[in-house]
Design a protein around this ligand. Structure first.
Ligand code: DHE
Length: 723
């Protein structure tokens, strides 16, 4: 038996204090294995486990995860419930916590009382350096905050130090998510277009920024760098490859906002840099912190944006014809499938940055071929029979892959645009695999090819007048779908807001009808009958419903911030019958609207369910008739881009959200032909790949390592428009 003297010599002093003076532990504290009790009064019988969750959800932002001080600079370990209540009433920085119940406060006190009084690693020293703070503010905050300068999306911080306590500002700088989700901002947050994301600043950065804010000086804009002719040309290409897709070649905006010369100057060099570095919760990716753009490139882009945009080149028919390569003439192709595999269950997987497509057997998950396609390849579409995949690269190259060959191979190539996103085959009876349309982002045109050889047949200019009557510098062709009932393609014209009907039974493949809808049109797909085309006008926060049979706009539905459905999802809701739905980039929301004007006219084209997601930033929604789930990704989420959510068709509610990606972002779902498995990309340069889930249990069946995978397309589902 150790003697008292031995114990006194060997047990640390604090433990002796605890043993001698601590109040009796609560059952929960004992169960949790905590000793403790503090000088300010203990927990008063609260639940320290519940208290810990609350404390680590909000209080840590000011007081530190160890309650040792952080921005408040004083330990609160052992503080009792009475004192916490008094502080909430007395200290303005804590007033927002007045919603906490007495039980919750007792629980927090129980947790604080159970903490040992060791050293205080989170207590900060010094008060910040205003010079460093200014540099940090320019680099990280100016995208959203003015400092006595022209307005930005967030509040002007000129006098914020008079409105808020220093520890509140410092904590908000570092822990905005926790503070916002626990109502620390108070009222008025709704008036901002989006809320402050976590930009990974350190506690000392926050002290520096606070020291700078405390100077209350109007910020003077950093001049932009001067570009040499060579730098200008490089930066023009960089803009074209990284920015034009969302903001337009002439920067007038579409999926992203207008960033024309005038607006870019208003945002300024610092603000443009901060936005490119960190992105925005509105959907702009964090090109800087993700390592996609260097600091030099950011500085040059900020300068380039403040200059007038250069003229973009044309793409005449002669150039298109000159680009055409028929690698395997039709006569040299097999007459029957040269494989025993079920080629209709092949998946074409986009390896975006490698400019390749990998073809997989959807039954065995084996890779059967990998072919070169084009720069930053975007999507695949299947020919009507399914035999051919057409890949579209952002550089405007269309690549045709024959799936009947023993090893699928490229049989033809052609370039009809300098920049493109969409392509589709002819699907009407008698025209199967006969023609192909390529829609250009630039120049404003579409090109029709022979569907078996890609020989260019016609180039048609897109009208440049908007539904508002304005003449536009840029009108991009976005989504294209092929009708199974008529020899027509339905063509979204982004900036102008028209949905066009191209008749491929007529000579020259003319645009025979242009239906005014909403601006700016992006992606969309068919309803379950394939009569109605439902498309996102993502700058208007609306879905436009077009009756293709009648060549008319049925209506527009207000949904949420920047709807982005991909091709959408069709299913039968237990209450509302056939519905369709969209995800959103800018709202944490799946909007479900009635899509059965014949069977359920009272619900048709009205939002019947708004399903809340954990965060904004979704890109795609997808289902299959045999799946009980509607799946939605959260690829641009600022909180968790690795997860997807499953909405149960049976209840119309979220059943679960779960992480599928491990290396990168989870993006885009596609079911196999039978609807028994679903493929999702883990989008990362290294360590990512395709993840295949059981479509009922949603358990992982297998993972296939692949570089930078984004979209994937099942032959049967793509040729039959199953989604
Ligand atoms: Fe896409 C569909 C445009 C960025 C993956 N994307 C579409 C469509 C358009 C479009 C117009 C509809 C085609 C159709 O149905 O005919 N995409 C754009 C852009 O303008 C944008 C915003 C920016 C850009 O510069 O390209 C853009 N897209 C992306 C990506 O960053 C994604 C996630 C990966 C990539 O390609 O780099 C991406 N887009 C996809 C996918 C589809 C798509 C997988 C097809 C969805 C489907 O199920 O059909």
């Amino acid at each position: 038996m150790p003697t008292i003297k031995y114990l006194l010599r060997n047990i640390p002093a604090y433990l002796i204090a605890v043993l001698l003076f601590a109040p009796p532990m609560t059952g929960n504290a004992r169960a949790a294995g905590w000793g403790g009790g503090g000088s300010w009064g203990g927990g008063g019988g609260g639940d320290p486990v519940a208290g810990k969750a609350l404390y680590q959800g909000i209080c840590f932002a000011c007081h530190g995860t160890d309650a040792g001080g952080r921005f408040v600079r004083k330990s609160i370990r052992g503080v009792g419930a009475g004192r916490i209540s008094r502080m909430i009433q007395m200290r303005p920085a804590m007033n927002f916590l007045s919603y906490l119940t007495s039980t919750q406060i007792s629980n927090i006190a129980a947790y604080l009382g159970a903490l040992p009084e060791t050293s205080n690693p989170e207590r900060l020293s010094g008060w910040g350096d205003a010079v460093n703070g200014e540099a940090s503010f320019r680099k990280n905050c100016t995208g959203c905050h003015a400092m006595g300068t022209s307005p930005r999306p967030g509040p002007d911080l000129m006098n914020v130090v008079d409105r808020r306590a220093n520890e509140w500002i410092q904590a908000f700088t570092v822990e905005p998510n926790a503070m916002i989700s626990h109502a620390a901002f108070g009222s008025g947050l709704e008036s901002y277009p989006y809320w402050m994301p976590d930009v990974n600043l350190s506690d000392y950065d926050a002290l520096d920024i606070w020291a700078y804010l405390a100077l209350k000086q109007v910020r003077v804009e950093t001049p932009s760098v001067t570009l040499t002719a060579a730098e200008f040309a490089d930066t023009r290409n960089l803009y074209f490859n990284r920015c034009a897709g969302c903001h337009g070649l002439y920067r007038t905006g579409a999926t992203g906002p207008d960033i024309g010369e005038a607006r870019a100057r208003e945002i300024g060099t610092d603000g443009l840099g901060a936005m490119m570095r960190h992105g925005t919760p509105g959907g702009m990716p964090n090109f800087g912190t993700a390592g996609i753009l260097t600091e030099d490139q950011i500085a040059r882009l900020a300068a380039y944006l403040q200059l007038p945009p250069p003229e973009a080149p044309s793409m005449p028919m002669a150039d298109i014809q000159a680009s055409w390569q028929l690698l395997v003439p039709v006569a040299n192709r097999p007459a029957t499938p040269q494989t025993s595999r079920d080629w209709e269950n092949y998946f074409g997987v986009v390896l975006r940055d490698d400019g390749k497509v990998a073809i997989f057997d959807g039954d065995t998950h084996e890779e059967v071929a990998r072919v070169d396609v084009g720069f930053a390849v975007h999507i695949l579409r299947s020919s009507s029979s399914g035999r051919y995949f057409y890949a579209i690269g952002r550089d405007g190259w269309v690549t045709m892959i024959d799936l009947w060959a023993g090893t699928p191979n490229v049989v033809a190539r052609v370039k009809g645009c300098h920049d493109a996103r969409s392509v589709d085959g002819s699907k009407f009876t008698g025209y199967e695999d006969k023609y192909l349309i390529e829609g250009c982002y630039w120049p404003p045109q579409y090109v029709v090819y022979d569907g078996l050889t890609l020989e260019p047949l016609s180039r048609v200019d897109i009208p440049m007048t908007s539904i508002t009557g304005d003449i536009l510098p840029e009108v991009r062709v976005a989504a294209i779908v092929a009708s199974p009932f008529e020899p027509v393609w339905v063509v979204n014209q982004k900036e102008s807001g028209y949905v066009g009907i191209v008749d491929y039974s007529q000579p020259g493949f003319p645009l025979v009808s242009n239906i005014a809808t909403e601006r700016f049109l992006h992606d969309g797909g068919w309803d379950h009958t394939k009569r109605y085309f439902m498309t996102a006008a993502n700058a208007s926060n609306k879905m436009a419903i077009v009756d293709v049979a009648n060549r008319s706009l049925v209506t527009s539905i207000e949904t949420g911030g920047v709807p982005h459905p991909g091709r959408g999802a069709n299913w039968q809701d237990p209450v509302y019958g056939w519905v369709n739905a969209t995800a959103h980039i800018g709202s944490p929301l799946v909007a479900v609207y009635g899509a059965d004007p014949a069977g359920n006219p009272e619900n048709a084209w009205k939002v019947v369910r708004n399903i809340t997601l954990p965060a904004a930033g979704s890109l795609f929604i997808k289902t299959h008739p045999n799946s009980p789930w509607v799946l939605v990704d959260m690829t641009l989420s600022s909180t968790n881009d690795k997860q997807i959510c499953a909405v149960a068709k049976a209840t119309g509610a979220i059943d679960r959200c779960f992480d599928v990606a491990s290396a990168g972002k989870a993006v885009h779902m596609e079911f196999n032909k039978a609807g028994t498995e679903v493929w999702i990309s883990d989008w990362a340069n290294t360590g990512g790949g395709e993840i295949i889930l059981d479509a009922k249990t949603l358990n992982v069946i297998t993972r296939i390592p692949l570089p930078a995978t984004t979209g994937k397309f099942n032959v049967y589902n793509t040729s039959h428009d199953v989604y």
